[in-house]
Design a protein. Structure first.
Length: 177
């Protein structure tokens, strides 16, 4: 909704791959690189939790210039990783192309860790990714999502409580032909 040109490009890709006579399937995912790149970028910018679950170093470790003794509790700062300008040029810019190579092929990035990392990462990651894909593609296949006229400007700033979530907003769902 905040990026109508990106939404238009997703609509074009969905129409070219899926058509208008059926809904997207999980099997279509490999043929929807721009749509999937947009989902990855949304997960990067909209990290639901700022920190991963605590881990304990099993042995003395060196990370760059830091010595981390065995038994030290370590917590991944997911927010800092997802907004690190050394990893993501212009990290405050919503840019799905950062997940596509020069040929438009989807490129996974090891630094994208919205479900945390290590042995205690989210056990529901696989299911959550499938659900995000199905929910997102079905919505955009069927609707154009717009900001209603005479409503406050959209903001990508979220509210931080236990989990990062969007602030209040209004949306208009227009059925696609």
């Amino acid at each position: 909704m905040a990026f109508p040109k990106i939404q238009d490009r997703i609509h074009q890709e969905l129409d070219a791959v899926v058509g208008r006579n059926r809904l997207p399937r999980l099997a279509d995912e490999k043929d929807l690189p721009y749509t999937c790149a947009t989902l990855l970028e949304a997960q990067r910018m909209g990290s639901v939790v700022a920190f991963g679950s605590p881990h304990v170093c099993g042995e003395d470790t060196t990370l760059g210039p830091y010595a981390i003794p065995k038994g030290t509790v370590v917590v991944a700062n997911l927010w800092a990783i997802h907004y690190d300008p050394d990893l993501w040029p212009n990290p405050d810019e919503f840019n799905p192309e950062r997940f596509l190579d020069e040929d438009g092929v989807l490129q996974k990035n090891e630094e994208l860790i919205p479900f945390s990392t290590g042995l205690r990462m989210c056990p529901g990651e696989h299911l959550a990714k499938m659900e995000l894909y199905i929910f997102f593609t079905h919505l955009l296949h069927q609707f154009t999502i717009k900001k209603p006229a005479n409503t406050p400007p959209l903001s990508l700033k979220g509210l931080n409580y236990f989990a990062h979530r969007p602030g209040p907003f209004l949306a208009e769902f227009v059925t696609r032909d």
